[in-house]
Design a protein around this ligand. Structure first.
Ligand code: FAD
Length: 415
């Protein structure tokens, strides 16, 4: 008899492919060999990543791995990029290296998608080899959440654009100076009509060493010390028309695409470092004795462990389901960007804060030792805090995006 159930042909399958499992194993083994926690501490203290790590990641094909093969990348899908982010963060709990990885894999992907062959040759291909940095610079000293409220301008003169302004709180300024490469920037090319500040916003590729660009600031951050945060000014910088990204005036939409993909990889990064924190904590509570027994025997500790594990597994499911949606969007146009963005904002809303909670709880289990720099956990807590305060989009902005998608555009609070 033909039942309703027997007509269901495709059973849902949550497993990774064999290739993805092998890839995870390879990245984990490389990390275990090259990024033990002592090395991570050294990177945190010296505030830079050794060249051999950058080169090793290039040899593994990790830099800008999402760029299509015909443009020199590995053509990785978003699920696989999430696996890489997760494994890198499991090793480098300060998340400096994962940040470098995720910025390049998301913004490098979007840059490659909209750039000219010239930018591909000058920036994308070298960055894939670990020989250039491709980052994002939208934030200005006046604010970051209100992406369209920037002051930088670009005006056309013949076949060139003259760019003026400044960008602040920008990841990787020192790395870009060292390696070369540059940034996806936004500049106003036309006045915004009333009520539509995102219009007239154009994106460009800005080489960090272009005449007129000056790195003016390196912040003394609290965490993720292996990647710098700085600021730069742009004074009458002449950019050839070849450095225009996509279409003039359409910068807002392309920039949002970059943010979405970066936020997805931040979710995977949050899982990786939180998983490691949980494991460090579990090892300790099984060993440490108080009142004649391991503290892991006390319900007060067990309940926190169980809660954190359950939340972490929920986050893992959300992140990989969202990565799958992103893949379906790019490969089969199955979802629209707005359908995916709601999930991506949920990932960014929850991920870093859950990781922060897990680091904090694990540190508390470790007692006084957790508060010392002999223990690795404090590095992770300092690092993940960067995504809690708002790098790649503050918490409330994710809430606004989700509410907009749930209630409708007429409920956007700032309009
Ligand atoms: C370590 C680090 C690295 C960074 N790297 C980069 C980079 O590479 N490139 C780049 O362009 N930027 C970068 N940033 C900047 C980052 O994107 C901004 O910090 C972020 O967009 C928030 O902007 P803001 O700091 O100006 O905070 P603001 O926009 O001033 O927000 C401050 C607070 O107000 C809240 N808020 C704002 N608007 C609303 C609202 N409508 N409703 C309710 N609450 C609201 C926010 O949630 C936040 O808590 C980085 C930041 C950090 C910390």
């Amino acid at each position: 008899m033909q039942t309703l159930y027997s007509k269901v042909k495709n059973v849902m399958d949550f497993s990774f492919t064999e290739e993805q499992e092998l890839f995870r194993k390879a990245v984990r083994e490389w990390c275990a060999k090259n990024l033990p926690l002592e090395k991570v501490r050294e990177i945190d203290t010296k505030q830079s990543v050794p060249d051999e790590i950058t080169k090793g990641m290039a040899d593994l094909g990790l830099w800008l791995m999402t760029v299509p093969e015909e443009h020199g990348g590995a053509g990785a899908d978003w699920v696989t990029a999430c696996i890489a982010a997760e494994e890198l963060a499991y090793a480098d709990i300060t998340i400096a290296i994962p940040v470098h990885f995720l910025v390049e894999s998301s913004w490098g992907f979007v840059a490659d998608r909209y750039c000219t062959e010239r930018v591909r040759e000058e920036a994308i291909r070298p960055a894939i080899k670990g020989e250039a940095f491709v980052g994002i610079a939208t934030t200005e000293s006046g604010g970051g959440s209100d992406v369209a409220a920037f002051k930088s301008t670009a005006r056309k003169e013949g076949n060139e654009w003259i760019v003026n302004g400044e960008k602040m709180y920008i990841s990787g300024t020192e790395e870009a100076l060292k390696l070369g490469g540059g940034y996806w920037i936004t500049a106003r090319t036309a006045p915004a009509p009333a009520g539509a500040p995102h219009k007239g916003m154009t994106s460009f590729y800005l080489p960090i060493k272009a005449p007129g660009v000056e790195v003016t600031k390196r912040f003394d951050d609290m965490g993720r010390m292996g990647i710098s945060t700085g600021g730069f000014s742009m004074k009458d910088v002449r950019l050839p028309n070849d450095y225009l990204m996509g279409e003039e005036g359409k910068g807002f939409y392309m920039t949002m695409e970059g943010f979405d993909l970066a936020r997805l990889l931040i979710g995977a990064t949050s899982i990786g470092c939180a998983q490691r924190a949980l494991e460090i904590g579990m090892e300790y509570i099984k060993e440490r004795k108080a009142f004649g027994r391991p503290i892991g025997k006390f319900e007060g500790i067990q309940f926190e462990l169980a809660d954190n594990w359950a939340k972490l597994e929920a986050l893992r499911s959300l992140v990989y389901r969202t990565a799958w949606m992103a893949d379906e969007r790019y490969k089969r146009k199955r979802f629209t960007s707005l359908e995916v963005v709601k999930y991506i904002s949920a990932v960014k809303l929850l991920g870093p804060h859950l990781a922060l909670d897990i680091f904090r709880d694990a540190m508390l289990w470790l007692g006084a030792w957790g508060y010392t720099k002999e223990c690795p956990l404090e590095m992770g807590l300092r690092g993940i805090m960067s995504y809690c305060v708002g790098a790649e989009g503050a918490k409330n902005i994710q809430r606004i995006v989700i509410a907009r998608e749930l209630l409708g555009k007429e409920f956007i609070p700032y309009k």
